[in-house]
Design a protein around this ligand. Sequence first.
Ligand code: SF4
Length: 295
Amino acid sequence: MQITQTECTSILTRTSGYLKGVCSHSLNPYVGCGYGNSSCGKGCYVRFNQWLNRGREWGEFVDVKVNADDVYLNTVQAERRWAIQRGIPFSIFFSSSTDPWQPIERKFRITQKVLGAMSVETPDVLILQTHGSIIIDDMERIIAISKRCDLRVHISIEGDQDNLPGLPPPPCSVDERISLVKEFSSRGITVVVCMSPLYPLIDPDHFFSQLAESGASAVVIDHFIEGDGTQDGSRTWRTMLPLAIKLVNEQALDLSYRDKVASIARKYLSVGISSSGFAGVYSFEPDFIKGGSRI
Ligand code: SF4
C-alpha cells in the first residue's frame, strides 16, 4: 500500500450528478481506500475514476489529506453561504469516494479531526457513510454532533452473505455490521442500512427482520443499475461484481430485482430507493414517509 500525506486546498466539494439531490456537499478525508481489495472494493465504481486514481491501482494507494480539518474550518462559512443562497440546507455526505473509517484512520485520525472541526462549525445535515467498524471509535463525538444537527449514520450492508463467489471477504462481516447498527441506534443515533450495491439475498425475510430488530431506521436499496452514477450500470459492468452476482442468482442482475427486494423489505422497515433513499425519502407499508416521519 502506497501512503502519501498531502495538503489539500479544498475539502468541501459541491455535489453534482447522483449526489446532487442528496447533499449540498461531499467531504472525502482520503483519496483512495484501504478497503479497495475487499469485496466492496472489487465492485467499487470509484476504482475507474482516473481523476482520483491517476493511474494507480484501486486498493493499492491512499492519499491522506493531513490538513482536512483546518481547510474545513477555513472554508465552511463560504460553503454554508453558497448553500443558503441556493435555498438548500448546508448538508454534507461524508464520504462519497472513500471510507472515512478505513484502517489507516487509526493511524492518522483525519476523520476524527474533521469531526472535531464539525463540532465547532456544524452543518445542518450530516450523513456519515461507512463499511467498517472503526466508526465505533468516534461514537461519543458523533453523539455530541447529533445533538446539534440532523445526523444519520449510513452503514453499508449489501446483502445477507459475507462472501460472493470469486470475491474477497468484506471489510467486516454482516453480523459485525448489524452489531454496529444496534450499538448506534441504542444510543439514539439514526442509522440507515445501505444495500449499495444490492447483492443477491438468500433469506430476505430473515435479513430484514434482523435489521428491524437491530434498530435501523430505514434501509436504502440501490441496484448498481441506476446506482453507480450511470443509468445502465456501465461502471459496474466493468468490474468483477456482476459475475459474482450471476453465480448466486442471475435474476439479481436485473433492475426489477431491486423492486422485488424492496417490496419484501417494506414489510419490516422504511425503504428508500437509490439516490432518493440516500436523501432520506423512505416509504413504508402502507404510508409514505419522508425524512423519517410519516406524512
Ligand atoms: S469502502 Fe467504499 S470507497 Fe472503499 S472500496 Fe469499499 S465501496 Fe469503495
